[in-house]
Every structure is written in C-alpha cells, then in structure tokens.
Design a protein around this ligand. Structure first.
Ligand SMILES: [Zn+2]
Length: 171
C-alpha cells in the first residue's frame, strides 16, 4: 500500500477512496497514486490496467462493461464532492473560501489557513489540533459549556440543601 500524503482533514476521504479501490477487480491493478489539491478540491489519481476492456460509451448504461477508467472517475468525483464540503485542516464541515491568495475548503475556524498540510504538520508537532490555548478553551467551552452550567447549578442547589439541612442547626 502506498503512503499518499494528504492534509489531516481529508484523511477520511482518502481512506474511503482507498477502500473503494480495494474492492475493484484485482486484474485492473487499480492503485490510487496521488491526492492533490486542485482549485481547492481534492483530486485523486490512480494507475490501472485497462487491458482489452473496451470503453463502451456507445452502449446504453445497462449494457456497459465495468471499466477501470469509469471506476477512477467515480472515485475521483466522490472524493471531490466530499472535499468541497470538508475543512482540509480539521475535517469539520467546511466550504469553499476564496479570500486572499488561493481558493480552499475551510471551516470557519480555519478560513485563514493557507496551507493545510503545513498547518497540520505544525499542529501535530505542538501535540494538539489547536494552535493556541484560547482556541482550545473556546472548543472546550463550546463542547462542554452546557455541562459546566449544569454543574454550577447542581453545586448551587447542593449549597442550598446544606443551608436547609435541619441537622446543621446553623440556620
Ligand atoms: Zn477546520
């Protein structure tokens, strides 16, 4: 299996494409060889042997013979579509951003990141996905904010119970 470099956020898309390629007829020798970013989207390229399978575009769809070229186009298109809605940095839902220099797919948090691969490398060197403490905290609060509120309410309630504890006698 070849190691194809792709930005962190698109690892899952590439993995799905590789899985689909593994299910193709072995005699096609179908191998995904490249995953690049073209016009902001993921473009997958593959090597395959079409041998003597004719490209039967003149036939109606139900009579077409399975063809590696067609499989390649299908896998490529699927990956492209997914990539256009997936942040290249983190894999969250994203959209095409064309501010500054290059068109790219980003979530709101990573709109400013130009090079997702370089960004991903620096993030993993730092040991976490977030670039700053503040950003990590913002995520934490977003995910657990409701839980924290609930905990504070529970604590407040416990405080009230304590105040009303008849055995306490301090009231
Ligand atoms: Zn992102």
């Amino acid at each position: 299996m070849s190691e194809i470099p792709v930005a962190n956020g698109w690892q899952q898309i590439l993995a799905a494409a590789l899985a689909e390629a593994r299910g193709l007829p072995p005699e096609w020798c179908f191998e995904i060889v490249k995953a690049e970013t073209v016009d902001g989207a993921l473009k997958i390229s593959a090597n395959y042997v079409s041998g003597d399978v004719p490209l039967d575009d003149h036939l109606p769809p139900d009579q077409k013979i399975p063809h590696p070229w067609r499989a390649m186009m299908r896998i490529r298109e699927k990956a492209r579509e997914k990539s256009l809605a997936t942040c290249e940095c983190c894999g969250c839902p994203g959209r095409l951003v064309d501010a500054d220099e290059e068109v790219r797919v980003r979530c709101r948090l990573h709109e400013y990141v130009l090079d997702a691969v370089a960004w991903g490398a620096s993030a993993s060197v730092a040991g976490f996905m977030f670039e700053t403490r503040e950003e990590a905290m913002a995520h934490f609060l977003k995910d657990y904010g409701d839980g924290l509120d609930m905990m504070q309410e529970l604590l407040a309630q416990q405080g009230r119970y304590k105040q009303h504890d008849p055995l306490d006698g301090s009231e």
